[in-house]
Design a binder for this molecule. Structure first.
Ligand code: HEC
Length: 179
């Protein structure tokens, strides 16, 4: 009997030939906390994207900052890729938010409470991460098109995506100017 395609998936051949599905999370090791990802990957890569384009007016004139050389475009591209993939890391179920002894700022929830909120609405948390990823993908398209204005616009979308998740999970009770 020929054992290919659908027949294999339906178990039409010897059971030994049927691939055993991996447990969704079992093949991953979640070592970093959400806070580690923020500090180590998400914040630095977003900063690199935000800093790469700007119009800065000074007494000396207007600086039209944007990536110009291939090396500069390549560097900013690496940051976009990091941000996009870090959103996947953020979405993985079972990740700890922070170490219990991490400091809690004014208006911020303690890690245990953030953890409970994330676990109670994991699909929404993943959606917030996906929105960040979409904004990162916009940045990547702009970079691949060498389009500084597109990169600037994507920067705005990235900023909104950070803030939307933070006000929902991290500092829902904070009264901040503009909120
Ligand atoms: C899907 C949700 C989510 C998104 C999107 C998100 N964050 Fe966070 N972020 C969190 C949570 C939850 C915390 C609180 C964890 C902690 O630090 O205790 C946090 C904390 C932080 C911190 C503080 C880390 C520390 O040392 O306490 C920084 C900085 C940060 N985020 C930056 C960003 C930036 C920049 C973006 C966007 C580019 C972003 N975050 C997008 C969920 C998110």
């Amino acid at each position: 009997m020929l054992c290919v395609g659908a027949a294999l998936q339906l178990g039409g051949c010897s059971p030994k030939a049927t691939p055993v599905p991996l447990q969704p999370q079992a093949q991953f090791r979640l070592t970093a906390t959400v806070q580690d990802l923020m500090d180590g990957e998400i914040d630095p890569s977003a900063d690199a994207l935000w800093d790469s384009v700007a119009y800065i007016a000074t007494q000396a004139g207007v600086e039209d900052r944007k990536p110009r050389t291939d090396a500069q475009w390549k560097a900013v591209r690496a940051s976009a890729v990091t941000l996009i993939e870090a959103a996947n890391l953020l979405s993985m179920a079972g990740r700890r938010v922070a170490n219990a002894d991490s400091s809690v700022g004014l208006g911020e929830l303690p890690p245990a409470q953030i953890q409970r909120r994330i676990e109670a609405s994991h699909d929404s948390f993943v959606q917030f991460a996906r929105t960040l990823q979409d904004a990162g993908l916009k940045a990547l398209s702009a970079i691949d098109a060498k389009n500084p204005q597109g990169l600037m616009d994507a920067g705005g979308a990235i900023d909104e995506a950070c803030e939307a998740c933070h006000v929902t999970y991290w500092y829902p009770n904070q009264n901040r100017p503009g909120n």
